[in-house]
Design a protein around this ligand. Structure first.
Ligand code: ADP
Ligand code: ZN
Ligand code: ZN
Length: 803
């Protein structure tokens, strides 16, 4: 085949299709679908994905592929197809669909270079440029910028003396190590040693080493062991007695850790009942979606492990998704402990290089199990036998940027292709999944009790309005304070949980009520004490805290809200003897700090662990006997139809952190709305009742799972332009859909301005609308092509956040 269809790395409407390129003779046998190639595109060279080979093209005058970037396809046939499905279902550009499947290291990086044009001598350039091109006739663009010679270069380029080149680079290289091995037999080595001159002591030493130990060895070790030099070894390589070779090694993030091997546990009766249908589906290669519903500690993970065991024994592969924040060392241990080196782990704590190496283990079929966060759903296995999604209700499984996919949907799509089961596990399933299980679309499996029949810890709900009425203005209720003191005396540990989302600390004037807002966005700035700064989390704007109020000049300007820092301060005042570890974005920014803080807590270096939702998962320490939730309702008031569901899930999750071992635990939930059903029912940990209540709610307000949603967000620098464009879109959508569909808008987005762009939205609620996809595509086509208007339109099918 001489022609390749290529998806190019230019995310725009006009380029969102395949372009044909000629394959030069020398690459005819090399280039295959699923490989990355470098192709000319306009004046530049860019990266692209070959999706198809063909004999003919409608386009005359095809340009040639410059070179392949891979020696073997990095996307197999199934993933190429899945890319089409992603594009169609999330309305994203094709290039994004392929890029999301690959580790970041494989995304292209472009380098711009200025080079002497062919045949041009340095002497033809102005004197001031000579030194820059003296070395090899090339100059890196970054250096040109640094030295302020861009306009000079431009002039010479216009004259044809210089040329600009774009070079496509890999971000990360494979890690190579130099190995030395004998190239001839031991007998020949002995012979060669005899031929060396008497004074070649050093070389003889190396040869005799290999006569004794006839095996490859890393150059570095060889040099160190013999106390010799690389040039001595190289001399022997030159004589073709030894050979030098580059061997790829993996950067293994778990290199220095030993994993204690575990064996399958004899299953309980409930576990047995639950696992049988899964094993049947595995054996019979049947696609089926299971919802494994069981409280934390009911033995779900053991079921995952034993199902995977079966899959491996059948010669197949498994993907396990775990939410990013739950991907703790404890979780990794369970999988590495059972399957050892057959497990690859993919998560954001790894460096780009480590992630790439883990990914390559999968691609080379060296592992059978991939455990990872959302994007691990694209693990390039080719013989999948099961896909497991733990904590399936977690919102982090939905990607909020293009492609806006949900890992659950991708899992089901891939599992259909491979005819294999999907297992969704949760103690608090998403309403969507539980509803599907009720309708028998999913197969419901239940684990009703905790292992060893441990009871769930008792939960007490404290009404903070009552505290205020009785004169307690602190953020700690009297009850919580008493219990904190009690735990410190008993040398037991407490986890204090602050639901920070939507309620971060802000700066307000106590005299006039002025709040510091971001000048570019309609949202208050967040206070960071470390450097006494205010930051906008949406556009990155930063400013110092003013000494006086910009409105009324009062000096009573303070920070407010219940940020973790503030809680820590107050703890310091009321319980000065308490040792506190704080975990939030400020203290866990650096790699490994999350793990270290947890370890300190586990080792008993603190009495209280204070943190945001990141501490809700995976904590399982025997000495925790108290869990306190400081403000249960902060999330309830977000403009989000899932706020009750999220509140319930989170409170249930956190409560499960106490008393998981011998010592009994207690939970305190502080709230201003104790009568709200999601708080009340989290108190009794009654998922089934919560489900019924919330379903009524969703039905009444036309929300999922009764209706599907699609959200169109329009933004522009001018308010009028946004409103009128959104208005047009609303009308158009209405004209294309059935009367059963609900089309809302134009309405300002909950954050009405970000980065100086006004934002309006149109929300569509529908049950079955065969026209919808084409309608949405038409809208995107229209606005993404028209870049002059300055309007940006984005569409989220099944949005999770309505901001
Ligand atoms: P979940 O994933 O639902 O939170 P786990 O699988 O982690 O539950 O099980 C909770 C605890 O019970 C773990 O310590 C696990 O090792 C243990 N466990 C699970 N299954 C069994 C079993 N069949 N026999 C004994 N212990 C078990
Ligand atoms: Zn003021
Ligand atoms: Zn901003």
């Amino acid at each position: 085949m001489e022609i390749a269809s290529v998806i190019v790395d230019v995310p725009a409407k006009q380029t969102d299709r395949a372009f044909d390129y000629l394959i030069p003779d020398q690459w005819r046998d090399t280039i295959q679908p699923g490989m990355r190639v470098v192709v000319p595109f306009g004046p530049r060279n860019i990266q692209g994905f070959v999706i198809e080979l063909k004999k003919e093209s409608e386009v005359k005058q095809l340009r040639e592929i410059i070179e392949p970037m891979d020696l073997e396809p990095i996307l197999n046939h199934e993933l190429l197809e899945l890319g089409n499905w992603l594009t169609e279902n999330t309305l994203c550009f094709k290039i994004f669909a392929y890029q999301v499947m690959l580790p970041a290291a494989l995304k292209a990086k472009y380098e711009k270079m200025v080079k002497l044009a062919p045949g041009v001598e340095i002497s033809a350039l102005p004197l001031s440029l000579h030194s820059f091109f003296a070395k090899n006739g090339k100059l890196d663009w970054q250096d040109a910028l640094k030295n302020g010679i861009v306009s000079l270069l431009q002039k010479e380029t216009a004259k044809g003396q210089l040329e600009v080149h774009y070079i496509v680079k890999e971000k990360v290289r494979k890690k190579q190590q130099k190995y030395i091995r004998p190239l001839v037999s031991q007998a020949v080595l002995t012979e060669e040693m005899g031929k060396l001159p008497v004074n070649a002591e050093k070389q003889k030493q190396v040869i005799s080493f290999f006569i004794e130990r006839f095996a490859p060895i890393e150059m570095r070790l060889l040099v160190a062991e013999l106390n010799t030099t690389a040039s001595t070894v190289k001399a022997l390589v030159g004589k073709r007695i030894l050979a030098e070779e580059e061997v790829e090694v993996y950067r293994d993030p778990y290199e220095h850790r030993r994993f204690e091997r575990t064996k399958p546990l004899p299953l309980t009766k409930d576990q047995q009942t639950a696992i049988v249908p899964i094993l049947n589906a595995v054996e019979q290669n049947q696609h089926e979606v299971f919802l494994l519903y069981g409280v934390t500690g009911s033995g779900k993970t053991e079921i995952y492990l034993q199902s995977i065991q079966e899959v491996i024994e059948k010669g197949q592969e498994a993907i396990v998704l775990v939410p990013e924040i739950a991907l703790t060392p404890q979780m990794v241990n369970r999988f590495k402990g059972r399957f050892g080196d057959l497990v690859a782990v993919l998560h954001s704590g790894l460096s780009a290089g480590e992630k790439y190496d883990e990914w390559r283990k999968i691609q080379r079929k060296e592992v059978k199990v991939a455990v990872g966060a959302r994007s691990a759903i694209f693990a390039p296995f080719e013989n999948l036998g099961i896909i497991i999604i733990d904590e399936e209700h977690e919102t982090s499984y939905k990607q909020e940027e293009m492609p806006r996919y949900h890992a659950r949907d991708v899992a089901i799509e891939r599992a259909k292709t491979y005819s294999c089961p999907v297992v969704l596990g949760s103690a608090t399933p998403s309403l969507e999944s539980f509803a599907r299980a009720q309708k028998k679309v999913y197969h419901l499996l239940t684990l009703p009790t905790r292992m060893n029949n441990q009871t769930l810890p008792p939960v007490e709900i404290i009404d903070m309005r009552e505290e205020l009425r009785e004169g307690n203005r602190s953020m700690f209720s009297r009850k919580l304070f008493e219990m904190l003191k009690d735990r410190i005396e008993k040398k037991q540990q407490t986890v204090l949980f602050l639901n920070k989302r939507g309620h971060s600390s802000f700066v307000m004037c106590r005299d006039c009520g002025y709040v510091m807002n971001c000048p570019n966005c309609d949202i208050s700035l967040t206070y960071h004490r470390v450097n006494e700064q205010m930051k906008c989390h949406y556009c990155g704007y930063e400013s110092f805290v003013p000494k006086a109020c910009p409105e009324c000049s009062s000096e009573h300007i303070r920070y407010f809200g219940t940020g973790t820092q503030k809680v820590e301060d107050e703890l310091g005042k009321i319980l000065p003897e308490a040792r506190v570890i704080r975990m939030d974005v400020d203290t866990t920014g650096r790699k490994g700090s999350h793990e270290r803080l947890l370890k300190d807590f586990q080792d008993g270096k603190a009495d209280i662990l204070l943190g945001t939702q990141m501490i809700a998962k995976g904590l399982d320490f025997p000495n925790i006997t108290l869990v306190g939730v400081l403000s249960a309702d902060t999330m309830l008031h977000l403009p989000d139809f899932r706020s009750s569901e999220k509140t319930f899930q989170l409170l249930t999750q956190v409560s499960g952190r106490a008393g998981r071992h011998q010592l009994p635990g207690e939970v305190i939930i502080q709230t201003y709305t104790p009568e709200h059903y999601s708080i009340e029912l989290a108190g009794t940990q009654d998922y089934d009742l919560f489900y019924q209540q919330e379903m009524l709610n969703r039905k009444m307000h036309h929300y999922p799972p009764f209706y599907f949603l699609s959200l169109i967000t329009v933004s522009h620098e001018q308010l009028l332009a946004v409103v009128s464009a959104t208005e047009k879109i609303v009308n158009y959508v209405q004209s294309r859909l059935s009367p059963e569909a609900v089309v809302l808008g134009p309405a300002a987005s909950p954050i009405p301005r970000i980065n100086n762009r006004y934002r309006y939205q149109c929300l569509i609620k529908y049950k079955r609308e065969p026209n919808l996809t084409t309608t949405l595509k038409t809208i995107l086509d229209q606005y993404q092509k028209d870049t002059k208007s300055g309007l940006q339109v984005s569409i989220d099918v099944n949005p999770f956040i309505l901001m």
